[in-house]
Write a new protein. Sequence first.
Length: 196
Amino acid sequence: MSKKFEVKIKDDAHIYIHNTLENAAYWLKEKIEDRINKGDRDGIGLEIMACLVMIAFAFEAKINFLGFKVFNSWEERQPYLKKFERVAKKLAVEVDYKTAPHSTVKELKEFRDTLAHGKPVEIKGEKNLVLTEEELSKRNILKAEWEGMVNEEFLRRCYDDTEKIWKSFFEKSGLNIIDTITSGSSTTQIIEQLDS
């Protein structure tokens, strides 16, 4: 039978998911860039899609982190853009969805929502069109609308623009970099060994 102890445990932990999500987004982005540079494009669209999802999740987690830090009460289950706008207002940053980098946040959110709330699409019908040979060869009724966003340009723009916003918001938050890092400590003090 194992010995039992009465102990006093003191824990101090700060677990911030945005770090893990950001690491995943960065790792995927670097892997994609490396594959593109090597001409290895097999399945690259799937990796870009996964990376875009990680960027969207990481950015939302960063906004939740800042909201948690700069507000007395923070509700992380608010709509994505509402949270973004609320943190921006608190940090005195004007949001303009007509220009980058803020326009990218809106596009990324739409992409994320399309995947998260995917709905089936069924197409039926008949029509007469006048098309060039090139237009006819590019026609693909099995390609979903969101797939047009799965490309290197959009990936790079999403990553770079969300990083710009994060740096800007972080700077205005007054936080130190150490405040963002997952860290912790735990101490155990044995008070006494108990009889079995």
